[in-house]
Design a binder for this molecule. Structure first.
Ligand code: 5GP
Ligand code: ZN
Length: 111
């Protein structure tokens, strides 16, 4: 996807503050953080949103979910963390490349 912001970040064509990467995902800091720690867990594969997931993404989804507590631990979020996946315009999604927000570092407000 040539005009996708997160694809460009993943390809290194745009800068990011990256904290983790492997063969399936790249994790970088949100440019406009909503908490003292605010990471974006982004699959290398361009998938627009949860609405575009199917059974073939089973392993990727599992990988992303299991990675979250490891990232939280690495970030020192011993007291807990929040994960958010905005889906579609009415769900607050701005960047249409699937990503999981990982937030923490202080007491988060009620949801
Ligand atoms: P969404 O609302 O789509 O779930 O979240 C998109 C997130 O991407 C927002 O929290 C926004 O701050 C973040 N974001 C937008 N542009 C950039 C960028 O160029 N770099 C980084 N690191 N984050 C971005
Ligand atoms: Zn993309």
């Amino acid at each position: 996807m040539t005009d996708c912001l997160f694809c460009k970040i993943i390809e290194g064509k745009l800068p990011s503050d990256q904290v983790y990467q492997d063969d399936q995902v790249v994790v970088f800091k949100d440019i406009n953080p909503c908490a003292s720690t605010h990471l974006l867990v982004v699959p290398r594969l361009h998938i627009e949103s949860l609405n575009d997931m199917n059974e073939s993404h089973h392993e990727l989804l599992s990988h992303m979910m299991l990675l979250l507590p490891k990232l939280a631990k690495d970030q020192g979020l011993a007291g807990g963390f929040r994960t958010v996946v905005n889906t579609g315009k009415e769900g607050g999604q701005i960047v249409f490349h699937l990503h999981i927000h990982l937030l923490g570092g202080k007491q988060l407000p009620g949801f």
